[in-house]
Design a protein around this ligand. Structure first.
Ligand code: IPM
Ligand code: MN
Length: 361
């Protein structure tokens, strides 16, 4: 009997449902081609549900999610809901409750995609950011007092435990060993670069840096280690992205540098990521937002969601199908689309999904 995977689908807000529909279309085509089955269950978490019911995430949602093999998420963010409510109440809560402690964000320029960096092509922009996904200022520790007065004081703490740092670093070292440049036959070393701020954040990044070298020296002597201050890293991401192989960083820096990375790979239309719990259930998403102004117009680019789908396939163990989807996406960027920008692709959202299915064969 064909292998069956149970996938939770969270289309979410704005253009989320449109891009998710195309990702699902491609996933089903890949399943048909590679001989496995996907059993999809949809959940309506998002702004509309919140405005209707007052409930951000229903009781037991994380428990329910834990029963699936993987989660595919469209986008969270609704113009009718104040910033923070849905992001914290749905996206961050699922990441935390499912202990998805890695946010894996490849930064890769696909063929045919216009790059805003001068003289850079697909051979220059091809690295991965491993963003820690549970700690840092995202921990939610802090508070405010005397709000609204001249004496208002606000605090939000950057917090890391050795445990959080260590499990993230071990994942990143393993990843570099398995998928780094040497492992892929395109370089001399597998290299892991730590991105931090040891010159100012002398407690938190001292913890990161010591753990980095201790673990690397003891258990990953074959992986080359590098260190970048986050501000300098941003410069090199623009000037010399070809230096990077695998980068690992804390939650907040990872959030920021992966948006910079995304624009160098052609923007939010193509950038995908995975919130991973390597021992549990992982959640895959296009990293752009819900782009509400484009809702329902069939103009948004679904490739990021489709690439998130490819990462999902890789993680559930269907690597050949994942590779095929990626190859199909590259075929479409190289030969079909005029641009990755919403409304300027030369095709509609659904047509781009069809093109990928067609390329998949
Ligand atoms: C991301 C987003 C989220 C984050 C927001 C929406 C909470 O920016 O996935 O990068 O900060 O992690
Ligand atoms: Mn972000």
């Amino acid at each position: 009997m064909a292998k069956t995977y149970r996938i939770a689908v969270l289309p979410g807000d704005g253009t989320g449902p449109e891009v998710t529909a195309e990702a699902v279309k491609v996933l089903q085509a890949a399943a048909g081609k590679f001989g496995f089955q996907l059993h999809l269950t949809e959940f309506d978490f998002g702004g509309d549900r919140y405005l209707r019911t007052g409930e951000v995430l229903p009781v037991g949602a994380a428990e329910t999610m834990r029963t699936f093999d993987a989660i595919l998420l469209g986008a969270i963010g609704h113009p009718g809901v104040a910033p923070g409510i849905l992001e914290k109440g749905i996206l961050l809560r699922l990441r935390f409750e499912l202990d998805q402690y890695i946010n894996l964000r490849p930064v890769r320029l696909f063929p045919g995609v216009e790059c805003p960096l001068k003289d850079k092509g697909p051979e220059h922009i091809d690295y991965v950011v491993v963003r820690e996904n549970t700690g840092d200022v995202y921990s939610g520790v802090g508070g405010v007092a005397m709000k609204g007065t001249a004496h208002e004081v606000a605090e939000q703490s950057m917090i890391y435990t050795r445990f959080q740092v260590e499990r993230c670093l071990r994942y990143a070292f393993d990843y570099a060993r398995r998928y780094g440049r040497k492992a892929r036959g395109v370089g001399e070393h597998n290299t892991l670069g730590l991105v931090g701020k040891t010159n100012v954040l002398t407690f938190v990044f001292d913890l990161w840096e010591r753990a980095f070298h201790e673990i690397g020296e003891a258990d990953y002597p074959d992986v080359k280690r590098e260190y970048y201050h986050v501000d300098a890293c941003c410069m090199w991401m623009v000037k010399s992205p070809e230096w990077f192989d695998v980068l690992v960083t804390a939650n907040m820096f990872g959030d920021i540098i992966t948006d910079l990375g995304a624009i160098t790979q052609g923007g939010m239309g193509i950038a995908a990521g995975g919130n991973l719990n390597p021992q549990g259930v992982s959640m895959f998403e296009p990293i752009g937002g819900s782009a509400p102004k484009y809702t329902g117009q069939n103009v948004i680019n679904p490739l990021a969601a489709i690439c998130a789908g490819a990462m999902l396939l890789q993680t559930i163990g269907e690597a050949a199908a994942a590779d095929a989807v990626e190859t199909a996406v590259k075929h479409v960027t190289a030969n079909k689309l005029k641009s990755l920008a919403a409304g300027r692709m030369g095709y509609g959202t659904r047509e781009v999904g069809d093109l990928v299915c067609e390329a998949l064969g």
